[in-house]
Design a protein. Structure first.
Length: 286
């Protein structure tokens, strides 16, 4: 820059954009609720657009969450056995269209490593090359259920891995989590050409025999059909509406309520709506 050029007067442009939003208003927010209000006001004043507002709120929600709340449960893990040959596990790769797969030995508690689908390519183009699955496995990253999601995202970025195996307090495998699972909390659903439209039960995921993770926006008719319940569809369109009515207020994370013998626990919500529920059936029911 020439010495004759006057110094820039746009120093504020170098400040963080969230800081600039906050400084657009008198006073500073003293807690997250006040910050949410500031962000909402910023959108209404057109300082930020709705997409930016949603992303900021997503980042703030992620900072409160634990891995157990977003992981793919053990029952839904697509795995490959260490002694399988390519012919037997290739259909699994093609059907799921995933790029990474946990490889197990005895059961899902015995993770031998992670298979990256791209590591199979060299064997496809070198006929007769000796293949052993154990020789191309990547190390499995293990994280506890209680790990904070924002901390895990930072580790994903720094250490350049994309999948982690989640274990409970006893060391048993309880699920897995990917970097895409975290990013979708911030930017919304990430779809590619392999994704298909969700069917009616995609919002209901079994965790164990009596416990399910259920999206609050699951249509009430679908919930009734799946669980064989008889909640009144005239009262609400979604199961979240039924639960919200039972609480009588906007519940916070980990609040619980029992309706007709079924226990509902809020596992994810924001100040405006319920997002995810943990549903526990009476143990006498199948």
């Amino acid at each position: 820059m020439s010495e004759d050029t006057p110094p820039s007067t746009s120093g504020s442009a170098n400040k963080g954009w969230i800081e600039k939003i906050v400084q657009s208003f008198t006073g500073e927010p003293k807690n997250k609720e006040e910050l949410f209000d500031v962000i909402t006001d910023a959108e209404q004043r057109k300082v930020i657009n709705p997409q930016t507002k949603a992303m900021i709120e997503g980042v703030m929600e992620v900072s409160k969450m634990r891995v157990r709340e977003i992981m793919i449960p053990r029952a839904q893990m697509r795995t490959i056995e260490i002694d399988q040959n390519v012919e037997s596990f290739l259909p699994i790769l093609l059907e799921s269209a995933h790029s990474r797969f946990p490889v197990i030995s005895e059961d899902k508690d015995h993770i031998e490593g992670i298979l990256l689908a791209k590591d199979l390519l060299e064997y496809a183009f070198v006929p007769g090359k000796e293949f052993e699955l154990k020789n191309i496995l990547r190390p499995a990253v293990i994280v506890p259920e209680s790990k904070r999601v924002d901390v895990l995202l930072k580790e994903f970025q720094q250490k350049r891995y994309h999948m982690a195996i989640v274990v409970d307090e006893y060391g048993g495998v309880s699920g897995l989590v990917t970097i895409e699972d975290i990013l979708e909390l911030i930017v919304g659903e990430i779809e590619d050409e392999h994704d298909v439209e969700e069917d009616e039960n995609d919002g209901i995921r079994p965790l164990n025999k009596y416990t399910y993770s259920v999206k609050a926006l699951t249509p009430l008719e679908d919930f009734n059909t799946f669980f064989e319940t008889m909640f009144d569809v005239e009262e609400a369109d979604t199961i979240g509406g039924i639960v919200l009515k039972a609480f009588g207020h906007m519940p916070e994370k980990d609040e619980k309520v029992s309706i007709d013998g079924i226990k509902f626990k809020v596992t994810n919500s924001d100040k405006r709506r319920l997002l995810q529920l943990k549903v526990t059936l009476p143990e006498s029911e199948e």
